[in-house]
Design a protein around this ligand. Structure first.
Ligand SMILES: [Zn+2]
Length: 365
């Protein structure tokens, strides 16, 4: 509020990234753009606009950073590739550099951020900032104190969470689940991760709840990357789908998948490659994605039978890339397995898109 001495405050526009807690207003501009000096100087509190936070989504192939204002709107972003060597110190350095790039685009330094939240793969200890079992990250052979190292590098308080969990939290608070009290997030990507919100609160069980990828959809079925058999992820995870595709190709089956991969200078069948192969009506891609959709329908419906949530949100690299038509197909594949089939949950695609993981991470601080 302006003090009474300021007589003509029309609109004072400050950048969302203003970092001063008080600004001395000596002149204002009226609606015609004419500058007018205020009688006496007015001190205006801009506390309400000085809170900008950072968020990082750390993935196996890219580091995505965002800067959000207090309404969680993204004011700047930056993306850099995840280093392929150098181990944890190199990964932390890249994360700090990506955040600094985003912060610079927002007109602040990383030290001026009101905190940084990070979604990391692997087993994440939010208290100590330790990250272990992050097999997608280079040279991450044993647990590493990512939180303290990153906090040191960026100069602002830093909190860590599991990548899928923070993305699900983001959808619950700001995205597809914001009207719901209970939600099951299904993150369809390299693996199939999940997150559970019950009665408005995140449910982590004893720490590992939400591992929906390892719901068994077929006893004695396909080998899962986790070493067990018949898990949903063994059919629907992108890594498992790629192993299957390579095996079929070796046996002489025809597919465009690997030609598309080489053309795009990739070494892995990333989501975009599956999407292109589907568009090109590649028989193997269609068959493997159909198989994935069936497995997802079976596994997600089984989880819904236990949890009876209002909303299921489908996200993750493949889920987001394939989008709405495949969300509808998963919904249809769930129906035969739903115990209460006349009251199915809403099945929605993740609404925050590619930046959802990084935006969700900002909710940690
Ligand atoms: Zn498994």
């Amino acid at each position: 509020m302006l003090p009474a001495t300021a007589t003509l405050p029309e609109v004072i526009v400050l950048p969302a990234t203003a970092t001063l807690s008080m600004v001395r207003v000596l002149a204002v501009t009226d609606s015609l753009g004419t500058a007018r000096t205020l009688p006496g100087a007015a001190w205006v509190s801009v506390n309400s606009v000085n809170s900008v936070k950072g968020g990082i989504d750390l993935g196996g192939t890219k580091v995505q950073a965002v800067i959000v204002d207090e309404r969680h709107d993204v004011v700047a972003e930056a993306k850099q590739p995840t280093p392929t060597e150098g181990g944890p110190p190199e990964v932390v350095a890249r994360m700090a550099a990506t955040l600094a790039e985003a912060a610079a685009a927002a007109g602040v330094s990383t030290e001026e951020l009101d905190g940084l939240g990070v979604g990391s793969p692997g087993a994440v200890d939010g208290e100590t900032g330790m990250v272990g079992e992050a097999r997608n990250l280079p040279g991450w052979d044993e647990p590493f104190a990512m939180g303290p190292a990153l906090e040191e590098a960026v100069g602002t308080r830093t909190r860590l969470g599991n990548d899928v969990q923070v993305a699900v939290d983001g959808e619950f608070a700001l995205g597809a689940g914001r009207e719901s009290r209970s939600l099951l997030g299904v993150w369809w990507g390299t693996g199939v991760g999940g997150g559970i919100i019950l009665d408005g609160k995140r449910w982590v069980g004893l720490g590992a709840a939400g591992e929906i990828g390892h719901i068994v959809v077929k006893q004695g079925g396909a080998r899962c990357p986790c070493g067990r058999r018949g898990c949903m992820e063994a059919y629907a995870g992108r890594a498992a789908m790629e192993i299957r595709a390579r095996k079929l190709k070796k046996k002489g089956h025809h597919t465009k998948l690997f030609k598309i991969m080489e053309k795009r200078d990739r070494t892995r069948l990333q989501s975009g490659i599956w999407a292109r192969a589907l568009e090109a009506k590649d028989g193997m891609a269609i068959a493997l994605v159909d198989r994935a959709v069936e497995a997802l329908g079976t596994g997600v419906a089984s989880a819904v039978n236990v949890l009876d949530v209002e909303t299921v949100v489908i996200g993750g690299g493949l889920g987001t890339r394939l989008g709405e038509p495949y969300v509808r197909r998963i919904e249809a594949a769930m129906l035969p397995h739903l115990f209460v089939s006349d009251r199915p949950p809403a099945v929605l695609g993740a609404a925050l898109g590619d930046l959802g993981g990084a935006i969700g991470a900002t909710l940690l601080v």
